[in-house]
Design a protein around this ligand. Structure first.
Ligand code: NOJ
Length: 768
């Protein structure tokens, strides 16, 4: 059944009813078939203007610099299908009343917002959640976020972002699941399940898979820049998580901003119609990214706004986000015969269906009295702390520096992020999005450490100067805020001396450093990966005392931590861990939680290595052989830490890799099994990872490709046998020569282990 409406229930299903009661909604008994029938009937009553109205998503707030107006007049004329960027529930209800009471056909508005990693309870940023290598982390987080959003009047979120990011200069890496299509697909499916549940109803919100497609391949890692991606790379890598999300039933897609191979994604027929609808059978609707229809003129693709509306509609776009280009031009295009009314009908139908599926016609309003109770549910914070702990990656731990002893008496905490409430939750928080006050109470690392250590310990704190930057962040720019200037030489010397003095007095130093939350994400690319500001100087000063320094990173992309890797005993990657982040960091630092996360990206040494990814082809002898090889003369071309890497407080042994059949026909299947043993003295989490390589065929294939993974908790001494399938889904690829997906006869290497450099090996033969 399409759109996942017929999928079997997941563990989540049971809890849906409870929230529906809490939020005052009732489950809608409507089947999708009924929704479809009603949508068709409604469409028959609509004028052309009303149809075009459903294809318009208006801005619900005035955004400085972007000139959006209040949508009241358009709403009463039936010219607004959806509204975005509005979370004030009173205003949501007011506008909904306008639509339901005052517009001719009383069609409710679909309210949309970027609920990216939580509503009031903010979960780790998506790159962090992907580091858990546990799709249930995403599913649980997005389920709670979706419930919160629905109770607060948001029925549609612009999530998941499933763009493959092979280049950490690109700021939006933080919003996705990293570089790998297999891991990214698993995280994409989990998020769709989390938001939409088993079927779209009064209890779910619509997911929106973005940014379709190829956005992460931006030239030079500069956000919005052109992408040039050949079809084989699109199909084998960039499109994979989109397809996975579509198969999982995602109701909506968002077209990307950039040109894909010179054709803007928002006017790209190949993407929006040939692949999405004709090949994959997508039956939902596609919204453009904000202002992207109007921007087709900026791209030099459309001659004027009417041409932009024409090209976007003909490519297969259903809804125009915020540019009003459809509103002002589509009806004229129909009247002149350039666009048929049947095309408009086809574009509008899935929008109306979604409104029926969601139960909006029966329950259009928010119960304002219940919103706060839902958003402040304590179970949200408990869940967030647990998921944040599962998302952290231990990069280094020498001399058993970690876990820390609970009886520490003197701890120095240094770094501008250690007590920064606005950074611990990362970017794209709902309540803080337009600089609004967040009603969550984020726990910083400093606060978490103090709570964990209790009154018996002395905790000193040297923040250093706030992080400065060349340009203001996107939101600061909109509100006219200037970036802070860098510290003077005298201020720098003073902070560095203070960091050193604090370290001298302490038993251990916890340095909480990285990037401010707005230094990654949209319009936040970087050309260097150094620790911004004077963080590096403070770190070196603290380490020069000989005291153990633990570096806790808060960041949205890998950074240049070569010095730290060489000189510090312990490094914990916390990403932006969310509302309970500080407590979760303390849980891991003190060993209450074993760090079991793994890197979803290859960690570069410096920015000059980018794009850097493990699943590349081998086009010459490998780097470590003598002779002419593909390498730099000034630095290793290998990552500092490989894809899939992460330590634990215990150790694991992988053994006995075996295949149920060592030779299969190309239509066949085999199973790969491996025994994983906890060889240490603590319980801990291992992530078993399976990689393959096709040795020859109709095209060169990557040196390794992830094709299976599972995160398991093992007690000391415990052995678990894990089994993974290898068949059509894992072995096939889209060949640029045959132009089809197929399994080819070949020899395949199979590896199992703890990261993408795993050495435990087996061989599989695939015959005709
Ligand atoms: C622009 C961003 O690219 C996209 O990710 C977001 O969902 C929309 N704006 C709406 O806020």
């Amino acid at each position: 059944m399409r759109n996942g409406r017929g999928r079997k229930g997941t563990w989540i299903a049971g809890s849906l009813l409870a929230l529906a009661t809490l939020a005052g909604a009732q489950t809608a008994p409507m089947t999708h078939e009924e929704a479809h029938r009603r949508a068709e009937a409604l469409l028959k009553q609509m004028t052309l203007d009303e149809k075009v109205g459903q294809m318009n998503q208006s801005a619900g707030v005035t955004i400085p610099g972007l000139g959006s107006e209040k949508p009241d007049a358009l709403i009463t004329q039936g010219k607004v299908g959806s509204i975005l960027w509005l979370i004030d529930v009173k205003e949501i209800n007011r506008l909904q009343h306008l639509a339901v009471d005052k517009s001719r056909l009383h069609i409710p508005i679909l309210f949309a917002f970027d609920v990216i990693h939580g509503y009031r309870t903010v979960f780790p940023v998506p790159l962090g959640m992907a580091s858990s290598w546990d799709p249930s982390v995403e599913e649980q987080a997005q389920h709670l976020a979706g419930q919160d959003a629905r109770a607060a009047g948001i029925e549609w979120t612009f999530t998941p972002m499933v763009d493959i990011a092979r280049d950490a200069r690109w700021g939006r890496m933080v919003e996705g699941a990293g570089e790998d299509p297999y891991l990214g697909s698993a995280m994409a499916r989990a998020q769709v399940r989390g938001f939409q549940g088993t079927s779209i109803s009064t209890d779910s919100i619509l997911a929106c898979v973005k940014h379709y497609a190829g956005y992460g391949a931006a030239d030079g890692g500069r956000d919005y820049d052109s992408s040039y991606v050949p079809e084989e790379l699109m199909r084998n890598v960039y499109l994979e998580p989109f397809h996975a999300a579509e198969q999982a039933g995602a109701a909506t897609f968002m077209s990307a901003y950039m040109d894909l191979n010179d054709v803007p994604a928002t006017g790209n027929h190949w993407l929006l119609t040939d692949v999405l609808r004709n090949e994959w059978g997508f039956k939902g609707f596609v919204v453009s990214d904000a202002f992207a229809v109007g921007s087709l003129v900026t791209h030099g693709y459309a001659s004027d706004p009417q041409d932009a509306a024409y090209k976007a509609a003909m490519a297969g776009l259903n809804m125009d986000m915020a540019s009003l280009t459809f509103t002002h031009n589509l009806a004229a295009l129909v009247q002149s015969g350039k666009v048929s009314e049947a095309q408009i009908d086809a574009a509008v139908l899935p929008i109306l269906e979604a409104k029926y599926d969601l139960g909006l016609f029966d329950h259009p309003y928010v119960d304002e009295s219940k919103v706060d109770a839902v958003l402040s549910r304590p179970e949200g914070l408990t869940l967030e702390r647990k998921l944040a702990g599962r998302s952290m990656v231990l990069l280094k731990n020498e001399h058993q520096t970690l876990p820390l002893s609970s009886s520490l008496k003197k701890v120095a905490v240094i770094g501008p992020l250690a007590d920064s409430v606005k950074d611990i939750e990362g970017g794209w928080t709902v309540e803080g999005l337009f600089g609004g006050p967040s009603k969550s109470h984020p726990v910083t690392v400093l606060a978490g450490l103090k709570t964990r250590l209790g009154a018996g310990a002395e905790v000193s704190f040297v923040p250093g100067p706030p992080l400065s930057r060349l340009y203001p962040s996107m939101f600061d720019e909109m509100s006219g805020k200037k970036p802070l200037p860098p510290p003077t030489a005298a201020e720098t010397a003073d902070w560095v001396a203070k960091a050193k003095a604090a370290a001298e007095q302490a038993d251990v130093v916890i340095a909480v450093m990285g990037e401010a939350a707005d230094m990654s994400s949209e319009a936040a690319s970087r050309a260097t990966f150094d620790l911004p500001g004077i963080q590096q100087q403070m770190l070196e000063a603290a380490a020069s005392t000989g005291k153990p320094v633990v570096l806790v990173l808060e960041n949205g992309r890998p950074l240049d931590i070569r010095w730290a890797t060489e000189h510090l005993p312990a490094i914990l990657e916390a990403w932006y861990p969310g509302t309970e982040g500080g407590n979760a960091v303390a849980d891991v630092l003190f060993g209450d939680v074993d760090p079991g996360g793994k890197l979803p990206v290859s960690w570069p040494r410096i920015a000059g290595q980018e794009p850097l990814y493990y699943n590349h082809n081998l086009t010459h002898e490998p780097e470590d052989r003598p002779g002419f090889t593909s390498r730099y003369w000034d630095i290793s071309s290998k990552p500092l830490y490989p894809f899939g890497y992460g330590l634990s407080y215990t150790s694991f042994k992988f053994a006995n890799l075996r295949l149920s059949s060592k030779s299969i026909q190309k239509s066949g299947k085999t199973e790969v099994s491996v025994d994983v043993t906890n060889t240490g003295r603590m319980a801990g989490d291992a992530v078993a990872q399976i990689y393959i390589h096709q040795r020859y065929g109709s095209a060169s294939r990557p040196v390794r490709q992830l094709k299976g993974f599972e995160r398991v908790t093992l007690q000391p001494g415990e052995t678990r046998t894990l089994t993974f399938p290898l068949g059509k889904d894992e072995l096939s690829f889209w060949s640029p020569q045959t132009k089809v997906w197929a399994v080819e006869p070949s020899t395949f290497d199979v590896w199992a282990g703890e990261d993408s450099t795993a050495s435990l090996h087996a061989e599989l033969t695939v015959t005709e």
